[in-house]
Write a protein that binds this ligand. Structure first.
Ligand code: NAD
Length: 232
C-alpha cells in the first residue's frame, strides 16, 4: 500500500484526488484550512512556510513514510500588478511555490530511502501561457514548472518521477468564486471544448501518473485544459 500526502484535500481538485487514490488502494493523509475530525487530516495554514515541516511530520507520524506527494493547495489572485499588496503577494508565493518546494525537500528523503517515489505538482495553464491580471499567480505556477523539471533530473536515478498537471478552468469553488455568471459565460466562449474541466478528470490523471505504467514520464507538464492552451 502506497502512502500519499496531499495538500488541500478538503474540496475541489484535492478532494477528488484524495478520493480517487483512496479508491485505488492508497493510504492518504490530507490537509486544508477547514476543521475535520479525520485522524489522517491536519488543519493547517500552508501560506506560513514553517508549517510545511509540521505537515510532513504529522503525515509521517501516521503513515511511517511518504511514497507519493501531491502539491495541490493553492490560491488564485486576480488583480492588476499595481494593485498587488505585498503581504498578499508573499502569502500567495509561499502557498503556491515555497511550501511545495519545502514539502518536496522533506518527502524526498523518504522516497530516496525507498528508491521509489512520485511527486505531482498542480500548476495551471496560467503559468504555462500567462494570464493578464493574474501575474503573481502565473509567476508562482511557472516557478512550479521549473521545480518540476529540475527535480525530475535530480531524482531520476532514485526511481522518483516528478510531473505537473496544468489545469485550465476547473469546476471548483476557486473558479466559481473568481468569475461572475457573466464572466463564466465569456470564459466558456474562449475554451475550445466550451466546458470547464471536472475535478475527477485531474484525479484520474494523477492515478495514471502514480502508476507503474507511467514510470517513463517525468519532468513533464500536462495541460489538462479542454484545449485552452492551444490558442484561438
Ligand atoms: P479550492 O479552493 O476548491 O480548494 C483549495 C484547497 O486548498 C482546499 O482544500 C483548501 O482548504 C486548501 N487551501 C487553500 N489555502 C490554503 C492554505 N493557506 N493552507 C492550506 N490549505 C489551503 O481550489 P481548487 O480549484 O481545487 O484548486 C486546487 C489547485 O488547482 C490549486 O493549486 C489551484 O491553483 C489549481 N488550479 C485550479 C484551477 C481552477 O479553475 N479551479 C485552475 C488551474 C489550477
Amino acid at each position: 500500500m502506497k502512502n500519499v500526502l496531499i495538500s488541500g484535500s478538503t474540496k475541489g481538485i484535492g478532494l477528488a484526488i484524495a478520493q480517487e487514490l483512496k479508491a485505488s488502494g492508497c493510504r492518504v493523509f490530507g490537509c486544508g484550512r477547514s476543521k475535520c475530525e479525520d485522524e489522517n487530516y491536519l488543519s493547517i495554514d500552508l501560506s506560513r512556510t514553517e508549517n510545511a515541516k509540521a505537515l510532513y511530520l504529522a503525515a509521517k507520524a501516521k503513515m511511517g513514510s511518504i511514497d507519493i506527494l501531491i502539491n495541490n493547495a493553492g490560491v488564485y489572485d486576480y488583480s492588476p500588478i499595481e494593485k498587488t499588496d505585498p503581504d498578499t503577494a508573499q502569502r500567495l508565493i509561499n502557498l503556491n511555490l515555497t511550501t511545495p518546494c519545502l514539502l518536496c525537500k522533506y518527502a524526498v528523503e523518504d522516497m530516496k530511502q525507498n528508491m521509489w517515489g512520485r511527486i505531482i505538482n498542480i500548476g495551471s495553464i496560467s503559468g504555462a501561457v500567462g494570464e493578464a491580471n493574474a501575474s503573481l499567480y502565473s509567476a508562482a505556477k511557472a516557478g512550479l514548472s521549473g521545480l518540476t523539471k529540475s527535480l525530475a533530473l535530480e531524482l531520476a536515478q532514485y526511481n522518483i518521477t516528478v510531473n505537473q498537471i496544468n489545469p485550465g478552468w476547473v469546476d471548483t469553488d476557486l473558479a466559481n468564486e473568481a468569475l461572475s455568471a457573466e464572466e463564466k459565460n465569456e470564459t466558456l466562449e474562449i475554451i475550445p471544448q466550451r466546458r470547464f474541466i471536472q475535478p475527477w478528470e485531474v484525479a484520474k490523471l494523477c492515478r495514471y501518473l502514480i502508476s507503474q505504467d507511467a514510470k517513463g514520464l517525468t519532468g513533464q507538464s500536462i495541460n489538462l485544459c479542454a484545449g485552452l492552451s492551444c490558442g484561438a
